[in-house]
Design a protein around this ligand. Sequence first.
Ligand code: BES
Ligand code: ZN
Ligand code: ZN
Length: 498
Amino acid sequence: MRIEISPSNTLHGTLILPLTQGDDVADASLTGVPSALKAQIANALSDGDFKGKKGEILALVGTGEGRALLAGLGKAKDLDRDVWRDTGAKVTAAMKPSHGKEFTVAAEDGDMHDLAAMAEGMMLRDYSYDVYLTKDDEDDEDDGETVVRFACEDEDTEPLAAIVKRMSGVVKGVHRSRDLGNCPPNDLYPMAYARQAMEFAENSDRLNVSVITYEEALERGMGGLVAVGMGSSRKPCMVIFELNAEQPGRAPVIVGKGITFDTGGISIKPSPSMDEMKYDMGGSSVVFGLMQALVETGWEGKVTGIACMAENMPAANAQRPGDVIRTYSGKTIEVLNTDAEGRLVLSDGLWKAGEYDPEYIIDLATLTGACVVALGHEASGLWSNDDDLRARIHDAGNAVGELAWPMPLLPAFEKEMTDSKIADTRNLGAGRWGGANTAAAFLKQFVPSRGEGDDEEQIPWAHLDIAGTYWGAKTNATVKHGATGVHVRTLHHLITSE
Ligand code: BES
Ligand code: ZN
Ligand code: ZN
């Protein structure tokens, strides 16, 4: 889909008309609307076939003279950017081949940023994962790109075009993240991710990707990554993205859990829905998507991404419950459940992050079922050792419509995770309660510090548990199904609006 911004107010193709509840004037600002279509719209409004309720879409086709999609924005008093974005997404979802490839949006309400949000929603929803669908030769014929023209005020044309261009770069990153999340686990394994990252970096002289292979991870003592991945024939690796590395000063480091398939290992998971555990690499896919979004939008600041890639399999050479492993940090972990593997690979990723002397560290992980129990699919869990960072991530999430809900990082949870009789920490809480919080408290043990003695202080760090928001988010209008790519936009906003 290509979005064009045009000061001309002539209708081309199918008319898209966003209307609030109670709007009765529909086509005032556009010329070239066939009179039959005008009459049809007027009838739909006066007969109450279309009320303008939030999410309501009415397709008017078949008059022979013009077609329209009426899109409900809901009540004017509740209209915000999220509504504009969702409305755009719903319009894309309602597009049919009979509407043709050309559209014109004529919005009566809304400023430039509202229109941009609608365009963003349209682009985000313009995604399907059909790589594995066998197509007929006929389907393969390229029937051209969809073009959506936004009619706007003269003076808004240039700035709006610039905002939309930037957004389309970010959307590419979101779609990359979804592609990775949707990819079946037989094709997306740790080194496949690494190769894709290296290939992507070849096209950018600002981005460098390096890979710590299994052998190197063994040599360097990355015991968490090794323990989780060693039972698989597809060995683990750590993929490091360095954007604008030559820039001086401290910069963000983003760490992602990248379990390309989580069987649970020897503590094997039950069969139902196990297939969904291909999306257990969602955190690493957000890291990749974010790096792409930053590259596409020409971000000149330094940012580092670390993807901790492994496949968690039961095998003769897999780790066992009861094993004690030594992580990259030097701390030991008693592995009481091999299904709590995300925290093991992240322990090495977080420690590795410290080597970049980061401004802050944010990790993203489909870490716990407990987080889905707590927040459902509506918000990611957000934990932080730094009030300011927590607030900034929360605000960035709100600004882009990706909620990150503050959760508690309590000393009692940390105590629970450090009371192993034989190791520094344990990877399982004492009971099942507060499982998302104990997981976060576990991660905190591996957040590096700087300074010495009384000046020693942990680096600002935040953890986003995206187990519920990365997949199965049915109320997320920007996604049809499958991987959402959640928080690519949050982090892009956080980093670039500093
Ligand atoms: N990948 C899962 C968490 C998960 C569950 C993600 C559901 C998405 C949807 C993680 O590795 C896991 O298995 N966690 C265990 C931890 C437990 C053993 C302490 C869980 O949540 O049950
Ligand atoms: Zn697991
Ligand atoms: Zn997992």
